[in-house]
Design a binder for this molecule. Structure first.
Ligand code: NIG
Ligand code: FE
Length: 412
């Protein structure tokens, strides 16, 4: 089965070489103007300028004329919590009235509120809700996604949540990665027994997860009032014994030391980074760890944004992700993430697109399959409406500029 896309105004992020982009490399976004793109059996077969198309269009099974339209690789959303039982708009209203994220968490709201709801919900219902959200973000152009547990916080509920993520993996048309985030918050009965909960994570949850092969990564919310640096390192070390690389929630609310802990644990990524200092930036830039920024969370919580420009100047490898979750970012729309990155963090459109595609793929170890227009990669693509330029995408924020999404070589 072949699908030929013709007359593409610009084929975006077309790369022969696969490489994690750092610092100023993010501003280089290779594009082919007036291009064709040939898809075969769900994969990208070849592309090039229209005048290099070998056969007449009648040679191909299906032809789509993309005159005036841009074609991009789908967004690679490397940080979400899209399995959850219920929304939390009452806390949202409390925040409007003046409470902070930390105030809400301290009185049993926040993550613990989500955990209570999830513990009570049957597995099938959780799956049904999550599948709807997954299908919705695919329509918004997401072509690969990481999903975390962390709203279970008991052995039984964490396993239930990870089973749901794995059921999504099995039915999803796009690749899904599963991350175990048992260390998201201390359940109230362990409020004064941190060692007890960490033992539950390392001695009960992790062995059961490994036995059933339920997770690809391990995550810890390294934050004041949540998990300390030492606790984070101990949990990552335990995960490593089961072959789980770390992806850390670091430096969201405070200078938690989470970035340094992540680097020490050889984490694939450290995520959030709203509160980061020069020491953490320098260490990040000279490490192999990716810094993943989640501007949707900073927007929703009205916090400072990660200092993207400073991190780019220091040469960090940066990715952008949504953080889709009921507490700090109830949206999984990566188009909005792109706009926030440009408007609020002063990233150039080229930098933001690279961070949300190829570097996002690296932050899920999916770079061989996704993240760029490269022969042999999965044909998960966005076709924009007719727009004047690529910068129009983040500029015209909140408007739906996606005309079509192609997943595994087929229009959805
Ligand atoms: O990434 N910060 C920790 N975890 C989530 C929010 C979880 C919640 O509030 O439910 C985040 O922002
Ligand atoms: Fe998160």
């Amino acid at each position: 089965m072949s699908l030929l896309v013709t007359n593409i105004k610009s084929l975006v992020n077309a790369r022969i070489e696969n490489k994690l982009l750092r610092g100023k490399e993010l501003s280089e976004l290779p594009c082919t103007e007036n291009a064709y793109l040939l898809l075969k059996d769900g994969k990208i077969d070849s592309y090039g300028p229209m005048d290099e198309l070998v056969h007449a269009t009648s040679y191909y099974d299906e032809v789509y004329d993309a005159a005036g339209q841009f074609v991009l690789p789908c967004w690679c959303d490397s940080h979400t919590h899209l399995v959850f039982a219920g929304s939390r708009e009452s806390e949202f209203v409390d925040k409007i009235k003046g409470l902070s994220y930390a105030d809400i968490a301290a009185r049993g709201g926040g993550i613990l509120n989500s955990a209570k709801k999830l513990q009570e919900m049957p597995e099938e219902e959780l799956l049904e809700l999550a599948e709807k959200r997954l299908n919705e973000i695919i329509r918004f152009g997401t072509g690969a996604v990481e999903i975390k547990s962390g709203y279970g916080l008991t052995v039984e509920a964490e396993l239930k949540m990870l089973r749901v993520i794995n059921e999504l993996k099995a039915i999803s048309p796009v690749p899904v990665k599963a991350t175990f985030l048992g260390a998201h918050a201390y359940p109230s009965q362990f409020k004064n027994d941190h060692a007890g909960y960490i033992r539950m994570i390392t001695e009960e949850m992790l062995p059961a997860i490994a036995e059933n092969n339920l997770a690809d990564y391990i995550d810890v919310f390294c934050e004041e009032g949540f998990f300390s640096v030492d606790e984070t390192l101990a949990i990552c070390e335990a995960g490593k014994k089961y072959g789980l690389k770390a992806k850390i929630h670091a430096n969201q609310l405070n200078l938690s030391g989470g970035v340094q802990a992540g680097i020490k644990a050889k984490a694939l990524s450290v995520d959030h980074l709203e509160t980061i200092d020069i020491d953490a930036i320098e260490q990040l830039s000279s490490s192999d760890t990716i810094g993943t920024m989640l501007p949707g969370a900073a927007f929703f919580l009205q916090m400072q944004y990660p200092p993207a420009r400073q991190m780019l100047s220091a040469g960090c490898a940066l990715a952008l992700a949504s953080d889709y979750n009921p507490g700090s970012c109830p949206s999984g729309n990566m188009n909005m993430v792109l706009a926030l990155a440009c408007i609020q963090m002063k990233m150039l459109p080229e930098e933001a697109i690279n961070a949300a595609t190829i570097n996002g793929a690296y932050a899920m170890e999916l770079e061989k399959e996704l993240g760029s227009i490269t022969a042999g990669k999965k044909a998960n693509l966005i076709i924009t409406k007719q727009i004047p330029s690529l910068s129009y995408l983040p500029y015209s924020f909140g408007n739906n500029l996606i005309d079509k999404v192609i997943i595994n070589g087929e229009f959805i």
